[in-house]
Design a protein around this ligand. Sequence first.
Ligand code: KE4
Length: 432
Amino acid sequence: MKHDRSSLLFDKARTIIPGGVNSPVRAFSSVGGRPLFIDRASGSKIVDVDGNEYIDYVGSWGPMIAGHCHPQVVAAVTAAMAKGSSFGAPTDLELQLAEMVVAAVPAIEMVRMVSSGTEATMSAIRLARAYTGRDAIIKFAGCYHGHADSLLVKAGSGAATFGVPDSPGVPADFARHTLIAEYNDLASVQSLVDENREKVACIIIEPIAGNMGTVPPRNGFLEGLRALCDREGIVLIFDEVMTGFRVAYGGAQELYGITPDLTTLGKIIGGGLPVGAFGGKRAIMELLSPMGGVYQAGTLSGNPLAMSAGIATLKILQQEGFYQRLEETSGRLADAIASAALEAGCPIHATRVGSMLCVFFSSAEVTSWTTAARCDTAAYGTYFRAMLEQGIYLAPSQFETAFVSFSHTDEDIERTAAAARKAFKKCVAAAN
Ligand code: KE4
C-alpha cells in the first residue's frame, strides 16, 4: 500500500498542529508508522487519501455503531443544515433527543447536552461536589474520562498510551483531590473511603473499562460500588460515553442492572457529530444553572446538526434485532481472532462485551491497569502494522477498544480472520 499523500499531509500538519493531529492517540506513535489521513468512509469501510480501503474497527472511537454515512443519518443532518447549523437557542431537536435518552436510561430523570464526553464528565463531577459538599473524587487507574484537569490522574487511553497518565500542567492542588483505586478491586475503594471519611463526593467509573483495552467488571464489582456509595452518601457516576447505547440500548447499566446516580454519555448519541450529555437523579440535576447555582454552559450545546445525527442514529438502534445482529457478528469476529492466535501459537488474552473487544498481548488475564500495563505493547505494534498492511484498521494503541458496527459483514469478518492469522504469525516470528 502506498501512503505518499498521507505522509505529505502529515509532514505539513506537524508544522502547525502539535504532533500533526488533533487528538494524540491518532498519531500512531505507540504502534510505529505514520497516521493515515482519511478521505471518506461508508458502512464498515474507510478510505485514506491515497485511495487505500480498510475495514474499520475504530469507528471514530465508538460513535459509528450504525456504520459510516448511514443514509438515514446523512439525510437527517442534511435536512437540519438546510434550516441552519446553530442558533444558540432552544430547539425541538434537543428536546427530542433528551426524551429518547430519558426513555432509554431510567436512571436519567433529567439530562443536559454538551459537546464532548470531557464536558460531560467534568460537569457531572462538579454537580456531585456541589450535591455532597465534598471535594475528593475516586477514579480508577487506567480509566479515561476525558482531559479535564481532575481526571488526568492515572488516566487511560491516550494518556496511558503516551505514558503520561498524570499530565504535566495539572496543579498538584487539583490532583490531590483525585484518589486512585484499582479496577475490579472493591477493597482498594473501601480503603480510600475509610482514609477519607465524609470527604469523597463521587466515584466515577467506566462500567466496562474501554480505555485500558476492554476490561469487563468482575461479578459483584459494580454491585459492591453501588452498595458502598449508598452506605457512604457518595454519588456513583457511570461514565457511559463509550458504553452508552453500545453494549445495550440502555447501556452497561441495563446490561448489569445497576442504577448509578449520574450517567455521562457521548459518542453514539451524536452519531459522529460533536456531542456529550450528563444526566441522572432530578434532585442532583436541579442544582444545575439556571435552576440552581452549579454553573455549566456551552455555545454549541444541543447543536441542531448533532442532535439530528443522534436522533437518527438512536432510531436505527431501535430497529428490531439490531443488537442481536451486532452480538452475532462480534462473537464471530472474536472467535475467529482467538482461533487465529491459537493456530499461530501467539499468547493473547482476548476480551469482549457485546461489540467492544480487545486483544491483549499478555498470557495472563487482564483485570485492571496493573495487569494491562504489563502487556507487550511492541507485539501489539507488530500486530497493528501487519493488520493495517492487509487492509484492517485497528486502534493504534494496545490501550483502546475495537468496535464492531451493524455494517460489518460476514466477508469483513472472514477477511479480518485471514489477516489475523498472518499477523499473529508475524508476532510469533518477531518474538523468536
Ligand atoms: P471526548 O471528550 O473525547 O468526547 O470524550 C472523553 C471520554 C470520556 N469517557 C470515556 C469513557 C471515553 O472513552 C472518552 C473518550 N474516548 C477516547 C477513546 N478511548 C476518545 C479518542 C481520543 O481521545 O481521540
